[in-house]
Ligand binder design. Structure first.
Ligand code: FER
Length: 222
């Protein structure tokens, strides 16, 4: 049994089918991190109030797929870091099917997005680009060292690039992890893969990630 939070948009109606964003947390977080530290519901509510977002369901999973999935003790311990990679299978085989059985969710690839911050950004890029039959909208915010090296991340750019609706790579300009975003961007540019590379003022913190959610969410499903 694992936990996830679900945000439903204003006017939510179970007789409508919605696209869905899976939004992932960082190495010290869990399913609550975006809500508690990122004020995600406030950002989203305000964007909806201004008519700037497509109606969508947002799922905040716990992306540390191990029995004790809490961010306690040494959060950098190898088994805990490995659990962020194990989550790919949980997401595809368990959480996505669960969500589609229990919520009014569209199930085409073009109606599914994945994004995350730091470890969650690495997950979003790794899982999204590895599963383009499942995801068409992908965002990595300040992606961590778990991001696969570019050639592994997206080995067949010529063949696969047209499947991508949005590929967003962002990072704070003072973030020590910026090289993981930069090398991904360089590779995508070299291989003529359309993407957004958004460098903003800031370090490795929620000032940056709140801004990313604000901008990225407005691009989805349009
Ligand atoms: C590392 C530095 C940072 C690392 C992970 C992170 C697994 C993740 C940071 C975060 O999620 O905020 O060396 O290795």
């Amino acid at each position: 049994m694992r936990k996830a939070l679900v945000y439903t948009p204003p006017g939510y109606n179970v007789n409508t089918l919605y696209p869905v964003l899976y939004l992932l947390h960082g190495i010290g977080g869990d399913q609550y991190e975006w809500m508690h530290n990122g004020n995600a519901a406030v950002i989203l509510d305000n964007l909806y109030a201004k008519g700037k977002l497509e109606p969508m369901i947002i799922v905040f999973p716990n992306g540390r797929a191990m029995k004790d999935d809490r961010p306690t003790g040494n959060i950098f311990a190898p088994d805990k870091v490995e659990a962020f990679s194990v989550f790919e299978n949980d997401l595809l085989e368990d959480l996505i099917p669960y969500m589609e059985q229990h919520y009014p969710i569209k199930s085409q690839r073009v109606d599914r997005a994945i994004a995350g911050l730091s470890m969650g950004g690495g997950q979003a890029l790794n899982f999204g680009l590895n599963n383009l039959s499942t995801f068409a909208w992908i965002g990595g915010f300040s992606s961590a060292p778990n991001t696969k090296p570019p050639k592994e991340l997206f080995p067949n750019p010529e063949k696969d690039k047209n499947l991508i609706k949005l590929l967003w790579i962002s990072c704070g300009d003072q973030d020590d992890l910026i090289s993981f975003s930069k090398r991904t961007h360089d590779y995508l540019l070299e291989n003529k893969v359309d993407h957004i590379y958004y460098i903003e003022p800031g370090v490795h913190d929620f000032n940056v990630w709140k801004n990313d959610l604000y901008h990225f969410s407005q691009l989805l499903f349009k």
